[in-house]
Design a protein around this ligand. Structure first.
Ligand code: CTP
Ligand code: MG
Length: 403
């Protein structure tokens, strides 16, 4: 088995103040550790799971692991933790077989982290191993509060939050490099990415998920309990909820995009090539239809917009085809526990003519969105920039619901 997750669960939970090791505190009727482990046994590829537990609770931990793992129990191990998180991670890494290439380190305290976040980090780590870069990855969310630097009670300055993210777990790395980094560490780092970077490794971010927050205080525990209750109340994820509760959680999104014509570029609209037609200018391939669909999906999930997420000035997306952005939006939705239900997009302009290729465009878009896509076309009766043939506009709507 070439993939493993080390779940650190050996902390005492001092700040929670219940007097029980934190991972063994119930969260809405089920132990935090059990909730943290659940998604690991639903992953697409076989994954070795090592749980690092308080030395006094190894037997209890084995019982929890066995009950959650079920038939996959043979892929698990339980080991005693260290005096701090650093020591506990080392204890987990030490028992992994050398055949493991990619390892994720996860806090049991982030017990509502969805399976999609593990898949996202694994995909990134495996990709970086394949391309030879060996980069590590951390899930991150933008910082939403205004951040101030203080000296005692006095505010010194506002810190530019555009360059800041909050990082979560699981954090993923090539196993051999992470082991080496831990062996070299001066133990000053507060997360695995810090250890990896201190040893000279490169770390990149992937999108995080609000549900992957860490339970530290009693308030966090209450938040986790209300999330679990609202999930089971709605039946989301099981498909067994009442129609009205699913309908209540359905969300709508809107996306608009415009690109100017550029006779020197190839024409790509709605993920299709239109040979002989003037193309669209833009940092990417200028596919206004794909970009509008991407924005509609992101806005339905309250996940921002294409420019903010994929950086229109980011060289990584220079010349990127429209499907890259749509796939990115679908992945971001999955990270937020949402899935597309349907998308509509209207193409506004004189050319290219959509009519004869409408079904083909719908199929191409639907294959990436993972839900039906309806395409329509219109002109603006000779009025405005679309009427004058200066550019093409697209307006899209998206409906998403809990995955
Ligand atoms: N952890 C661990 N071994 C330790 C300390 C922490 O495995 N010696 C784990 C915790 O179980 C948790 C994660 O590291 O899953 C993050 O730690 P934290 O949230 O600080 O948990 P605790 O240390 O348990 O809480 P506190 O700091 O309030 O005591
Ligand atoms: Mg701690």
């Amino acid at each position: 088995m070439s993939r493993a997750v080390v779940v650190v669960a050996a902390g005492s939970g001092t700040r929670l103040g219940i007097g029980t090791a934190k991972a063994f505190v119930p969260v809405a009727g089920q132990l935090m550790l059990a909730r943290a482990l659940e998604p690991l046994f639903t992953l697409a590829s076989p994954t070795l799971v090592v749980v690092v537990a308080p030395a006094a609770l190894l037997d209890e931990c084995r019982q929890v692991v066995a009950s959650v793992a079920g038939a996959a129990a043979s892929y698990t191990a339980v080991v005693p933790g260290g005096a701090d998180r650093h020591g506990s991670v080392e204890a987990g890494l030490a028992v992994l077989p050398d055949s493991v290439a990619s390892v994720l380190v996860h806090d049991a305290a982030r017990c509502l982290t969805p399976a999609s976040q593990f898949e996202r980090v694994f995909d990134a780590v495996v990709g970086a191993l394949v391309d030879g870069s060996g980069v590590g990855f951390v899930p991150a969310l933008p910082v939403t509060d205004t951040i101030k630097r203080v000296s005692g009670a006095e505010v010194v300055e506002t810190v530019d939050r555009a360059a800041l993210v909050g990082v979560q777990t699981p954090q993923g790395f090539p196993l051999a490099a992470l082991r080496q980094a831990y062996a070299l560490s001066a133990r000053a780092e507060t997360d695995d990415a810090g250890v990896f970077q201190a040893a000279g490794g490169t770390v990149q971010v992937v999108p995080g998920d609000a549900d992957a927050f860490k339970i530290t205080t009693p308030w966090d525990l209450g938040r986790a309990e209300s999330i679990v209750r609202s999930r089971s109340g709605s039946g989301s994820g099981s498909g067994s909820g009442s129609g009205s509760s699913v309908a209540e959680q359905t969300r709508f999104g809107l996306g608009v995009d415009v690109h100017a014509f550029d006779a020197d570029s190839p024409c790509r609209v709605g993920l299709l090539d239109f040979p002989g037609e003037a193309g669209l200018s833009g940092h990417s391939d200028g596919d206004a239809v794909a970009h509008a669909v991407c924005d509609a999906l992101l806005s339905a999930g309250g996940l921002g917009d294409i420019g903010g997420r994929f950086g229109t000035s980011d060289p990584a997306y220079a010349g990127a085809t429209g499907d890259v952005f749509i796939r990115g939006a679908v992945d971001a939705l999955a990270g937020a526990g949402l899935a597309p239900v349907s998308v509509t997009v209207q193409v506004i302009g004189n050319r290219p003519r959509i009519g004869t290729r409408r079904a083909e465009m719908q199929d191409a878009l639907a294959a990436v969105v993972g839900a039906p896509v309806a395409v329509s076309g219109t002109t603006t009766d000779g009025l405005g920039f679309t009427g004058r043939g200066e550019g093409l506009a697209a307006i899209a709507t998206a409906v998403v619901r809990p995955a």
